[in-house]
Ligand binder design. Structure first.
Ligand code: SAH
Length: 268
């Protein structure tokens, strides 16, 4: 499928273009997503349409967001047989995904083999409206998927793990070898599924405070919380806080962070 574009489109490094060419991997990704008719799916960075083709087969009402204006006419032509396929030439980082929904009850499924340089800010952008999202399937560099899915006490556990797992169930699905792409990237990739909770296991009373706390705690992850989050503690009575501040950020579960934030708020 990608050969069709091969002569016309030169992969661009600045757009993080590594096109999937391994058909069995593409099918494996499509199976993991399991698109169905009537769903509202947004694909970020369709590129030459490798995954798009499989998604459209099952869900013809697909919307794609592609930054590279040279790819847009090629995609339009390739999928001209799908009148409900919409493509937006736009930067996914600023894209208003909610505008794709037609009613407040509708939820969006988001998929994408993301350019790795924008993956973390893009995930934070999408987590900002996660109640409008049914699920997300992303191809990312394995190291980022490991961080998203990490549990407390492991090396990969950090701010990204806590902020993602506060809002979503995160599953690392499978790895994809560099040889599955053209050009061949330097890193191993993985597919991650993130499903926003309809009911969060732990609820921060002040999400802004929670986010600040998590950020500050991991800025100095080797220090005890007492030292790492000193500026947030003011003159709080340590005894009134429900989490031992002698521990380090990387040892706290998501719900312990929530409980710490809520405890600090109560005594603020
Ligand atoms: N999904 C395709 C292409 C992956 S490469 C495949 O699997 O083969 C990443 C794609 O994201 C490229 O098409 C690139 O042009 C696009 N892209 C890069 N930055 C983007 C951004 N900010 N918003 C939307 N698309 C972007």
């Amino acid at each position: 499928m990608s050969e069709q574009f091969g002569s016309k489109h030169q992969a661009r490094k600045r757009f993080g273009q590594n096109f999937l060419t391994d058909d069995s991997i593409i099918r494996q990704i499509a199976r993991a997503i399991a698109p169905k008719a009537g769903e509202r799916i947004a694909e970020i960075g369709p590129g030459q349409g490798a995954i798009t083709a499989y998604l459209l087969e099952h869900c013809p009402t697909l919307c794609a967001i592609e930054l590279d204006r040279d790819l847009v006419p090629l995609l339009r032509q390739k999928f001209s047989g799908f009148p409900d396929f919409r493509i937006y030439q736009s930067d996914a980082l600023n894209f208003d995904f909610k505008s794709l929904l037609e009613s407040p009850e509708e939820k969006l499924r988001i998929v994408g083999n993301l350019p790795y340089n924008i993956s973390t800010p893009l995930i934070f952008h999408i987590l900002g409206f996660e109640n409008a999202v049914k699920d997300m399937h992303f191809m990312l560099q394995k190291e980022v998927v490991d961080r998203l899915a990490a549990t407390a006490g492991t090396k990969s556990y950090g701010r990204l793990s806590v902020m993602a797992q506060y809002r979503c169930d995160v599953e690392s699905l499978f790895d994809v070898a560099p040889e599955s792409f053209r050009p061949i990237p330097k890193v191993i990739s993985s597919i991650v599924r993130m499903t926003p909770f309809t009911q969060r296991p732990a609820v921060a009373h002040n999400e802004y405070h929670f986010a600040e706390l998590v950020k500050m705690a991991f800025q100095q992850r080797r220090k005890t919380l007492r030292n790492a989050i000193k500026p947030l503690l003011h003159d709080l009575d340590e005894n009134a806080i429900n989490v031992d501040l002698g521990r380090r950020a990387e040892q706290l579960t998501v719900s312990e962070f929530v409980s710490l934030s809520n405890g600090m708020q109560k005594h603020d």
